[in-house]
Write a protein that binds this ligand. Structure first.
Ligand SMILES: NC(=O)c1ccc[n+]([C@@H]2O[C@H](COP(=O)([O-])OP(=O)(O)OC[C@H]3O[C@@H](n4cnc5c(N)ncnc54)[C@H](OP(=O)(O)O)[C@@H]3O)[C@@H](O)[C@H]2O)c1
Length: 313
């Protein structure tokens, strides 16, 4: 990180930590434990509605791209059971993720989870005609007549597709609209869109080895009252190869962190602009572990900074 970026990061995280200490996250509203059965997962407010969402969601790219009825599918049935029983709600998919959206539809139907689920899917198309056909197919695959969030995938044809998503919101087919990207290269465009458009959500990459979103897009989203979904918090799993068997920092216990997966996820949710982080896994024990990151204290500024120093090139 450049020294300017690092200073900005520190300033942002210092504010975050101060607010976290007070149990308040500016822009994202108060932090609270989700009620009743769902357990102790922290929740954040969606600024445009005031709805509370659990901070740990689920990604599906790759990990859910399996054959229905295969041993991997049976394992995913266990994964989603752990996810929903542990208080999770948001599950992110896309027509671009191979069989994932079909698998999500089947898993929600098999387990009876549709009412608990907050389905976030995407439009990835270059014309209105293609988007309409894709949306009809998405509903069929997801086995639903509406979703909670419709996002323009990777900013593709975003002006036209955002307008279409808003029409669908107007018709009650989606509760929220948003746009996504997955690398730092998308940040300048996202910044422009955040300044010019009224969005419910953005989805971006933010991780210990790629914290640049904290310089601009995260504080801007907070100012503009836009919820933030964080993707690739494990850098597609590459971060695990970097830590291998390395011990956790000595202060991990103070934050209630007992694994590197929890550490990477807790880093993401410790930024006050972040609403939900969506790690992907097809493994029940990893799903259980990921949910633990959504409980207990957040990381303070010094802890976040130490992780950035250690993992950022
Ligand atoms: N443009 C976009 O809109 C966009 C772009 C990228 C991603 N996304 C969304 O964000 C989600 C998350 O991003 P991602 O899936 O690319 O990357 P990620 O969540 O950073 O990493 C997922 C990978 O990490 C592995 N993993 C998980 N826990 C692990 C552990 N404890 N130890 C070792 N490996 C572990 C998973 O494998 P296993 O399944 O084997 O556990 C999977 O291969 C996606 O699934 C997708 O929903 C959106």
């Amino acid at each position: 990180m450049h020294s300017h970026s690092r200073r900005r990061f520190l300033a942002n995280t210092a504010i975050a930590s101060a607010l976290a200490g007070l149990g308040m996250m500016a822009g994202s509203g108060p932090l609270s434990a989700a009620p009743a059965r769902p357990g102790p997962l922290l929740t954040r407010l969606v600024p445009s509605s005031g709805e509370q969402l659990p901070v740990i969601g689920a990604g599906t790219s790759g990990s859910y791209d399996v054959d229905i009825g295969s041993p991997e599918y049976v394992r995913l049935q266990e994964v989603v059971k752990i996810f929903f029983e542990g208080g999770g709600r948001l599950i992110d998919t896309s027509p671009n993720y191979g069989r994932s959206d079909t698998v999500v539809g089947a898993l929600l139907a098999d387990g009876g989870w549709r009412d608990k689920a907050f389905i976030a899917t995407k439009i990835a198309a270059d014309s209105r005609e293609a988007a309409e056909a894709q949306w009809a197919e998405s509903l069929r695959r997801l086995r639903t007549d509406r979703v909670e969030l419709l996002q323009v995938h990777n900013l593709r044809d975003w002006q036209r597709q955002l307008a279409y998503a808003r029409e669908l919101r107007q018709q009650g087919k989606t509760k929220y609209v948003g746009v996504t990207h997955y690398t730092d290269a998308g940040l300048p465009e996202l910044e422009k869109i955040l300044r010019g458009e009224k969005l419910d959500f953005i989805q971006i990459h933010y991780s210990v080895n790629s914290p640049r979103a904290a310089d601009t897009v995260l504080p801007l989203a907070q100012d503009r009252g836009v919820a933030v979904i964080v993707n690739r918090a494990f850098d597609d799993g590459k971060l695990f190869a970097k830590v291998k068997d390395a011990p956790l920092p000595p202060w991990a216990g103070e934050a209630g962190v007992t694994s590197w997966a929890q550490m990477f996820l807790k880093f993401a949710i410790s930024h006050p602009a972040v609403t939900v982080v969506i790690p992907a896994t097809g493994k029940p024990e990893r799903q259980r572990d990921q949910l633990k990151a959504g409980t207990g204290p957040l990381l303070d500024a010094a802890q976040q900074q130490e992780l950035v120093r250690r993992f950022s090139a």
